[in-house]
Design a binder for this molecule. Structure first.
Ligand SMILES: *Cc1c(COP(=O)(O)O)cnc(C)c1O
Length: 377
């Protein structure tokens, strides 16, 4: 069986996890959380706080956007539930926007027509580690005085115009979930370039207290200051991620080689119009988070998915549009509201991609794909 995803854990990660256990500081903000925070701050040139998940970082963003019941938040329908649920938790109403089928990202040209006097924020998602046109999004947001939140869960190590993904909006969110490029099992990061928002974020992350300032010796006792929750991860998990970061380039290179192999190898099938390969816009440097193809219709996608399974290969479709989910429908959405999202989401198939996928396995995926099309046509 060729798995869809596997995390790449070596002696390097295990060494730091054991060290962390031996430091007798198992809770948050110990040695390893600091090391990881500094590693990212240096690399992406922004303020970073490690969190228990990307979902947690999104919830922190929603609190910082001061979302109140009745506020509207603009978001793509083709995304993971947390992109919007974090805001709905604070009372927001989701306003779903169509995708640009070229990248499966929010169609930035269709954002402005959805803005009303209730709109508070725009959520963009860097799908497959590809950042949408953020210059355009930020211009609209500035004009209408809206917050922008970048759900960069999949985009650690990606760039837009040579600027790190996650730093392109007011607030950015990373995920270190098992299914992402770099993992701590469950985890994430909150990112902001604004120092004042960063101080508020530290408080939100520590149950609404200024304990982080207390630890740094800025205040002599800590107190309840604002809304908040427990959003800081155990230092053991940070140690795991620290090990992964010491292998950052190695993991990236392995993933990129697989991505490039797929892209090169499947060129001939695209030329024969069997499907479209993933597209990377010229402003974006991606991180090989995902390799997907878009089939010509959903029947072919389903048949191919089955063909892969019969050949011991796990290939997966992705998001079911949120506007057609049971929760989405409670806001009055129905089939036909976002035709491109509805159509393309059923035609997309992701191929296995993880650092330790072997050359033999990648070749098997490609030959199984070729066999499917050449036998049926
Ligand atoms: C994985 C993912 C999340 C959730 O990440 P967690 O760390 O599991 O909370 C959110 N948004 C997107 C786009 C994701 O891919």
């Amino acid at each position: 069986m060729i798995a869809f995803n596997k995390s790449s854990i070596t002696e390097e990660e295990i060494k730091h996890v054991l060290d962390s256990i031996n430091t007798n500081h198992l809770h948050g903000d110990g040695k390893y959380t600091k090391l990881v925070k500094e590693w990212f701050e240096e690399r992406i040139k922004s303020n970073v706080l490690l969190t228990t998940s990307c979902t947690a970082a999104l919830e922190m963003s929603a609190i910082l956007c001061d979302i109140k019941p009745g506020d509207e938040v603009i978001v793509p329908s083709y995304t993971f539930v947390s992109s919007i649920n974090a805001f709905v938790l604070r009372g927001a109403t989701p306003v779903f926007v169509e995708i640009d089928p070229k990248t499966m990202n929010i169609d930035v040209k269709k954002i402005e027509e959805k803005i009303t006097n209730k709109t508070k924020a725009i959520i963009v998602v860097d799908y497959a580690g590809v950042v949408p046109d953020m210059d355009y999004v930020n211009k609209i947001a500035k004009k209408h005085k809206l917050f922008v939140v970048e759900d960069a869960a999949q985009a650690v190590g990606s760039y837009y115009k040579n600027i790190s993904a996650g730093t392109l909006a007011d607030f950015g969110c990373y995920s270190f979930h098992d299914t992402k490029n770099y993992t701590m099992g469950e985890g994430g990061a909150f990112i902001t370039k604004y120092d004042d928002k960063f101080l508020s974020a530290e408080i939100i992350r520590e149950k609404g207290t200024n304990r982080t300032q207390f630890t740094r010796g800025i205040v002599d006792k800590y107190n309840w200051c604002s809304l908040g929750s427990s959003y800081l991860p155990s230092d053991i998990l940070s140690a795991l991620l620290y090990g992964q970061l010491n292998r950052f380039d190695e993991i990236m290179e392995k993933r990129m080689n697989i991505w490039n192999y797929y892209h090169e190898n499947l060129k001939e099938l695209e030329a024969k119009k069997f499907f479209k390969r993933q597209f990377i816009p010229k402003d974006c440097k991606h991180n090989a988070h995902m390799y997907y193809i878009i089939l010509n219709d959903k029947e072919t996608k389903n048949a191919l998915e089955k063909h892969f399974k019969e050949n011991g290969i796990q290939a997966n479709s992705h998001y079911y549009p949120l506007h057609l989910s049971p929760m989405g429908k409670t806001y009055g959405y129905k089939e036909g509201d976002l035709p491109l999202t509805e159509d393309y989401s059923l035609r997309l198939l992701r191929l296995p991609l993880y650092a330790d996928l072997t050359q033999k396995e990648i070749e098997k995926v490609c030959s199984t794909l070729k066999e499917f099309f050449y036998k049926n046509n």
